[in-house]
Design a protein around this ligand. Structure first.
Ligand code: NI
Ligand code: MN
Length: 229
């Protein structure tokens, strides 16, 4: 049994059956919707970062330094973290997968822009990604990161139990495109993210649920809320 907890925006903690704690897109201290602060995080084994924008990355380096968590992301973003003093990093690239002790992580394509907050020279600019996380003996979770609707999502069809999709519009897919992504991916369950953080991405998740209809079960979380899988 694994537990996924939403901290608002795109930030989640995934706790696997054996107690491994994985945080995705850590943004807590400046996140107006977060249920916790970075200081509340005591144990963390891995941090997955979809891209370097502050709203996905701001708490990554301090958290990785304090907890010793291994940062998993694109090669460039991990190199930047290591330059800034993070000890444990695992760089990857789009389309590649690696078997970690908790399961297999594959970087999926995302169409979005790619600067890294804190990289003053712009030397580490990188592409953005999503994650397909196949837990050891358990379900597969797709965290799309920040992305437009892309036809590449069709390649995930039949391979995803839980899809976590942005619905905020303006910076990412909006509800209509996210509902089309659900048709392509055909997951059992969908959790919407990346909405109601800033005024420009205000959305009603219930309308997204209506758009998805019978295609999948839509699980709407409140920040601090969990989903068992
Ligand atoms: Ni972004
Ligand atoms: Mn974002």
């Amino acid at each position: 049994m694994a537990r996924l907890t939403w901290h608002g925006h795109s930030c989640f903690t995934l706790e696997t059956g054996d107690g491994t704690r994985i945080m995705i897109d850590p943004w807590l201290d400046e996140n107006p919707t977060a249920d916790i602060k970075a200081a509340d995080v005591d144990k963390l084994d891995y941090i997955l970062v979809s891209h370097g924008h502050f709203d996905h990355f701001a708490d990554c380096i301090p958290l990785a330094k304090r907890t010793g968590a291994t940062v998993i992301s694109t090669f460039e973003l991990v190199s930047f973290c290591q330059q800034e003093g993070v000890k444990n990093g695992h760089g990857m690239n789009i389309g590649g997968a690696y078997l970690f002790p908790f399961g297999r992580v594959k970087l999926t394509p995302a169409v979005h822009t790619g600067s890294i907050a804190g990289d003053k020279e712009g030397a580490f600019t990188t592409d953005c990604c999503g994650f397909l996380i196949s837990l050891d003996g358990g379900p597969s979770i797709y965290h799309a990161g920040d992305t437009a609707l892309i036809t590449d999502m069709q390649l995930l069809q039949g391979r995803v139990d839980l899809a976590i999709l942005p619905i905020g519009d303006n910076f990412t897919m909006g509800p209509e495109d996210a509902a089309r992504a659900v048709e392509m991916i055909q997951p059992e369950t969908v959790i919407p993210m990346h909405y109601n953080t800033f005024e420009v991405i205000n959305q009603n998740p219930e309308s997204f649920r209506e758009m998805v209809g019978e295609a999948a079960r839509v699980e709407i979380l409140e920040p601090g809320g969990s989903y068992e899988l």
